[in-house]
Design a protein around this ligand. Structure first.
Ligand code: 5GP
Ligand code: ZN
Length: 113
């Protein structure tokens, strides 16, 4: 989608440090890491947020979560990690292309604030 930062990352118009990529998803290091490991996982299909998911996305979302598990294992996050998807303004979403943050490598606090 035009003017979407993450679509531009998928198209390689904006460079990123890719951790994993296949036909459906892409994972890359966050430009402003909030933990020693901070990877963003996105579908290649432009979906604005969690609110825009429907039944047709069931397989995609399952694929994303299984891939996150594999990425976490590959990155050595043996002691645990967190997966977050911010939705909407109050949820803290700043990029309107659905994404999942994978955070690890330090003790994470709860609630996040
Ligand atoms: P949100 O705030 O929407 O949950 O998460 C968006 C994330 O995308 C932020 O953590 C932000 O640092 C990251 N981000 C924004 N622009 C870029 C970029 O151009 N490259 C990379 N690698 N990450 C970005
Ligand atoms: Zn997009």
């Amino acid at each position: 989608m035009k003017d979407c930062i993450f679509c531009k990352i998928i198209a390689k118009e904006i460079p990123s440090k890719v951790v994993y990529e296949d036909d459906y998803i892409m994972a890359f290091h966050d430009i402003e890491p909030q933990a020693p490991t901070h990877v963003v996982i996105i579908p290649k299909e432009h979906i604005a947020s969690l609110n825009d998911l429907s039944d047709e996305h069931n397989n995609l979302i399952g694929h994303i979560f299984l891939s996150i598990k594999n990425i976490a294992n590959t990155l050595g996050l043996k002691e645990g990690y967190r997966v977050v998807s911010n939705c909407g303004d109050l949820g803290g979403q700043t990029v309107d292309h659905i994404h999942f943050h994978l955070l690890g490598g330090r003790q994470l606090q709860w609630p996040p604030g």
